[in-house]
Design a protein around this ligand. Structure first.
Ligand SMILES: [Zn+2]
Length: 175
């Protein structure tokens, strides 16, 4: 995720409007994004699910942690790994509100997650097709299935509202 302005929506994979499991998990990720926004962080949230159960939740903490790797996906993967006692997240699925950046895409591939679902696309730093598609590269020893656009409008709206607030000087520190 770029954590910059301009998340868009493609909505290719998820056209329906009835809430299914994917929407419920993305809704949890959106709540994490909301918590990040309350702390003045760019609102991005992630949830990791295995066998229908939520294993870990993460949110952007880049400013609070003064950590370039403080993205929601990394936060969630670290927590899931602690819970499983293993860095390998085989059979897990991630729901994240914004298309992953190259750093997170790399970590997701390394973690061996089975599937990634993301909401808004990120035209400035997305590594799942917007700027580059690391998940489509042949040759990695692990392939992650990617589903885009789940609750894309909501995921995009929370980012737009956050940056609109910053421009108006509402919100806290600039990103
Ligand atoms: Zn990232």
């Amino acid at each position: 995720m770029a954590y910059e302005d301009g998340g868009g929506v493609k909505g290719r994979a998820y056209g329906g409007c009835r809430p299914g499991p994917a929407e419920r998990y993305m809704d949890l990720a959106l709540r994490e994004a909301g918590k990040a926004a309350l702390k003045g962080e760019v609102p991005v949230g992630a949830v990791i699910v295995r066998d229908g159960a939520v294993l870990a939740k993460g949110r952007n903490k880049r400013m609070a942690g003064r950590d370039v790797a403080g993205h929601a996906e990394i936060d969630a993967m670290r927590k899931a790994a602690r819970k499983l006692g293993d860095w390998r997240l085989d059979g897990c699925e991630m729901y994240v509100t914004l298309e992953p950046c190259p750093m997170c895409a790399g970590a997701i591939i390394q973690s061996r997650l089975a599937r990634l679902h993301y909401g808004a696309s990120d035209p400035k730093a997305g590594a799942a097709g917007s700027v580059v598609d690391l998940f489509a590269v042949d040759g990695w020893n692990h392939r992650v299935e990617v589903m885009e656009g789940v609750m894309g409008a909501e995921c995009s709206a929370i980012l737009s509202a956050f940056f609109r607030g910053l421009r108006k000087g509402v919100g806290s520190r600039a990103p």
